[in-house]
Design a protein around this ligand. Structure first.
Ligand SMILES: [Fe+2]
Ligand SMILES: [Fe+2]
Length: 143
């Protein structure tokens, strides 16, 4: 296997381990968030969890398709007993995911793997929506 492809496969496996982490973190945060103002946010987080699950399936299949072995690792999860802190942790996870995926799109396109890059692009669009949802839930206003 070419070295460039092996390197991207290792990075895709890291992306997969982060998707598993996001899935676990969202489920736990949805259970822990409390208060009447968070009822709609809890539904939102559970929807995010389902989409992170879909991302994990897409990545796992993509890694296998490209000749790699999908990881079963789960990266670091974060939690808190504070509602706002949990949402901040989730938002940071989304920003980090977006940064990784934008890089991954470029790396895959550099290898001529435009079809694989498109799959990552589709995931990135959903992560951006997750970030928007969390920014709104946190009341973040941009100048
Ligand atoms: Fe995701
Ligand atoms: Fe996400």
């Amino acid at each position: 296997m070419p070295q460039d492809l092996q390197r991207v496969l290792n990075l895709l496996n890291a992306d997969l381990a982060w998707e598993y982490a996001a899935l676990v973190q969202y489920i736990q945060h949805a259970s822990m968030l409390t208060g009447p103002q968070y009822v709609a946010v809890i539904d939102e987080l559970l929807q995010h969890a389902q989409q992170e699950h879909q991302h994990a399936v897409i990545l796992s299949d993509l890694i296998q398709y490209l000749g790699g072995i999908p990881t079963v690792e789960v990266f670091q999860r974060q939690t808190s007993v504070d509602n706002v802190e949990m949402l901040r942790q989730d938002l940071q996870l989304e920003y980090d995911a977006l940064n990784r995926y934008l890089l991954r799109i470029r790396q895959l396109e550099d290898l001529g793997l435009y079809d694989s890059a498109q799959k990552i692009r589709d995931i990135a669009v959903v992560e951006q929506e997750h970030a928007i949802d969390l920014e709104k839930a946190l009341g973040i206003r941009k100048p």
